[in-house]
Design a protein around this ligand. Structure first.
Ligand SMILES: Cc1cc2nc3c(=O)[nH]c(=O)nc-3n(C[C@H](O)[C@H](O)[C@H](O)COP(=O)(O)OP(=O)(O)OC[C@H]3O[C@@H](n4cnc5c(N)ncnc54)[C@H](O)[C@@H]3O)c2cc1C
Ligand code: FES
Length: 270
């Protein structure tokens, strides 16, 4: 199917599979041909998980993979919306708006990239790793998670990356410690020309600082609370050197140098 150039679109989608892949983490496969044809790494969908008065607002999810007419979403069960998602079975229908936002921008000339994921931050980085490998870019991945039970996606990355380093907070898998420590070592030992990161904002900020210290360009995907997802409600404001921007339409991927981190820790009230 050809990509529709009038994006984003509202699409009725069908659940093909929905399974638990790690502690508190689900993988949902959706038949979503229009979105699958158009989505780029780092972009997201806005999913209506229920009809009626349950979870009225759509929930934003990065597209983990897109193949053929299918997209895959990885979701962490946190509250009402994701609890409802975990109950979906094959054949259930939902609707989504997408693809939304601006994803990763990989400039010409990049030869070795470091992707740093904290928890579900791995979701928007997986498609990026795939696209980079197709372009002949060597990819090193640092995956951080609290415990081995929360680890997922390792084999996926291992299929395409030159190297995958796992770090767990409790040492139950891979290296013992925060993924920032592993990333610092990788940046000291190897030469990278791009760092891309997604995870808790404090982690992203630390990675941005490390990349800057090693003089490597860095892009961050900021996962702000979002209501409309299309630039109208201003619930997803990010402070940048060029003023306030909206994560849903100007991001979620930003150049790390552009983000004013102090102000962005606590988004202004509207
Ligand atoms: C661009 C973007 C991409 C995202 N991609 C993914 C993804 O691939 N997988 C995934 O699991 N999650 C992703 N998220 C976060 C996801 O949207 C929220 O976890 C989800 O909306 C929570 O919905 P809920 O109804 O279960 O929880 P709620 O009941 O709404 O909230 C439960 C808890 O989650 C927190 N929360 C709610 N929304 C967010 C948010 N946007 N970011 C951080 N914390 C939040 C709340 O503060 C609360 O503590 C993404 C968010 C954005 C903005
Ligand atoms: S979510 Fe409404 S402006 Fe970004």
């Amino acid at each position: 199917m050809m990509a529709d150039d009038t994006r984003p679109t509202l699409e009725r989608v069908t659940v093909l599979a929905n399974e638990r892949v790690a502690e508190g983490v689900g993988l949902m496969v959706l038949h979503a041909p229009r979105c699958a044809a158009a989505v780029q790494p780092g972009e997201f969908v806005h999913l209506r998980v229920a009809t009626g008065s349950d979870a009225i607002l759509r929930r934003p999810f990065s597209v983990y993979h897109a193949h053929g007419e299918r997209i895959e979403l990885l979701y962490q069960v946190l509250g009402k919306g994701t609890l409802l998602m975990a109950e979906k079975i094959a054949g259930d229908e939902m609707d989504l708006v997408g693809p939304l936002g601006h994803g990763w921008h990989v400039p010409e000339g990049v030869t070795h990239a470091l992707l740093v994921a904290g928890g579900l931050g791995a979701a928007p980085l997986a498609m990026l790793a795939e696209k980079m490998a197709q372009r002949g870019i060597a990819v090193t991945v640092a995956l951080g998670t609290p415990t081995a039970e929360r680890l997922f996606g390792r084999e996926d990355f291992e299929r395409i990356a030159r190297q995958v380093v796992v770090a767990t907070d409790d040492g139950s898998a891979g290296e013992h410690g925060f993924v920032t420590v592993a990333a610092e070592r990788l940046l000291s030992e190897q030469r990278f020309d791009l760092v891309c990161t997604c995870g808790p904002e404090a982690m992203e900020r630390a990675i941005a600082r490390l990349a800057s210290a090693h003089r490597v360009r860095c892009q961050v995907s900021l996962e702000r609370l979002m209501a409309c997802g299309i630039g109208a409600c201003l619930s997803c404001i990010v402070s940048t050197r060029d003023g306030l921007k909206r994560a849903c339409v100007d991001g979620p991927v930003f150049d790390a140098e552009e983000v004013v981190w102090d102000a962005s820790q606590t988004p202004p009230k509207h």
